[in-house]
Design a protein. Structure first.
Length: 180
């Protein structure tokens, strides 16, 4: 019985040591990992200036005329043309949705300013110049050579005035996912 008691005490000691200190062959390891990810760049410019800080002003010299009836950098009834506002998203590492909206205008009766492309997506490209586009504003002032009126009161109200065509451009990231 003495031998059993010694074996029992030894077994209890081994059990106690195992519980308190773990097993004889314990493997432990720890480590850390650090990852990094680069945020995409964002660069949208209007006529070479950041879109957020630009106030691009265009005038009659910026109009490409398809039909011009005025002289000395003026527009007159019968004139037609368009203005293209240059937008450059090169440097952006995301697709860009560009929208244009005409503000309130005070154009003479018969004169129109319309957007040819009020919304467009500029797809990402690493090729220089591939993310450049134009926002086109078509301008027309109705008038015909067959107009017999010696003086059109609507047209006369506008003579000598500077006409304003406000345009707001908004650029935002396209959230459409793509495969990498």
């Amino acid at each position: 019985m003495k031998g059993n008691k010694k074996i029992l005490i030894a077994a209890l000691l081994v059990l106690l040591l195992t519980v308190c200190f773990g097993t004889y062959a314990i493997y432990r390891a720890s480590g850390t990992a650090t990852g990094s990810i680069k945020a995409a760049t964002w660069s949208v410019k209007v006529n070479g200036t950041d879109i957020a800080s630009t106030n691009y002003t265009f005038g009659v010299n910026n109009i490409t005329w398809t039909k011009l009836t005025g002289y000395n950098n003026t527009i007159a009834p019968g004139s037609e043309g368009y203005i293209e506002i240059p937008v450059d998203a090169d440097g952006s590492e995301v697709d860009v949705i560009l929208t244009a909206q005409l503000g309130s205008t005070t154009l003479p009766t018969g004169m129109t300013a319309t957007l040819a492309n009020s919304s467009q997506t500029i797809n990402y490209s690493s090729t220089s110049g591939a993310m450049e586009t134009m926002v086109r504003i078509n301008i027309a002032w109705a008038g015909a050579e067959s107009d017999d009126a010696e003086k059109d009161s609507n047209d006369l109200e506008s003579q000598g005035q500077t006409l304003s065509i406000p345009v707001t451009l908004t650029a935002k990231q396209s959230l459409t996912s793509h495969s990498s």
